[in-house]
Design a protein around this ligand. Structure first.
Ligand code: DQA
Length: 144
C-alpha cells in the first residue's frame, strides 16, 4: 500500500506553535513517526508539506491513481478552501482529514471544515496520535 501524508500551511512550524494545541514535536518528527508506523504495517508513506494552496491542489491531482490513501492536515485551509475540497472530491484516492487540536472546541471560525464533506473520515483533538489513527482508517479501508 502507498499512503501520502500531506500537511498544509504553517504545519512546517510545528515545534514553535502553541504547544497547548499542537504539542512540542516538529513536523519532521511527526513525519518520521508516521513513516515508521506505516512501514510496520506494510505501507509506504510519502510526505509532503506546503504553505501554498495551488501546490496542494497539484499534489492531490498527482496522487490520483497513484496512492491508496491520503492522510491530510489542511491547517487553516480547512475552514475556507473550496479549491482543496474540490481537489479531494475529484480524485479516486480516499482522504482522511486530521487535526492535532479539537477544532470543534476552539474559535468559531475553526468549527467548520469545508473539506470534510469530501473526505472519508476525520480525526481531531488527539495530537500527533491522530495521524496514526487516520492512517489506521486508511489501512483498514485499503484492505477491504
Ligand atoms: C489544525 C487546526 C487549524 O484550525 C489550524 O489552522 C492549523 C492546524 C490542527 O492540526 O489542529 O493550522 O489543522
Amino acid at each position: 500500500k502507498k499512503i501520502l501524508l500531506m500537511n498544509g500551511p504553517n504545519l512546517n512550524m510545528l515545534g514553535h506553535r502553541d504547544p497547548k494545541f499542537y504539542g512540542t514535536d516538529t513536523l519532521a518528527a511527526i513525519e518520521a513517526m508516521v513513516v515508521a508506523y506505516g512501514a510496520h504495517h506494510g505501507a509506504q508513506v510519502d510526505c509532503f508539506q506546503s504553505n501554498h494552496e495551488g501546490a496542494l491542489v497539484d499534489k492531490l491531482h498527482e496522487a490520483h491513481g497513484r496512492y491508496d490513501g491520503i492522510v491530510y492536515n489542511p491547517g487553516a485551509h480547512t475552514h475556507y478552501s473550496y479549491a482543496l475540497h474540490d481537489a479531494v472530491e475529484c480524485i479516486d484516492v480516499p482522504v482522511v482529514e486530521i487535526h492535532l487540536s479539537d477544532i470543534s472546541q476552539r474559535e468559531e471560525f475553526r468549527r467548520i471544515s469545508v473539506i470534510a464533506p469530501a473526505c472519508v473520515g476525520q480525526v481531531k483533538g488527539l495530537g500527533k496520535e491522530g495521524y496514526l489513527r487516520a492512517l489506521d482508517m486508511l489501512l483498514e479501508e485499503a484492505s477491504e
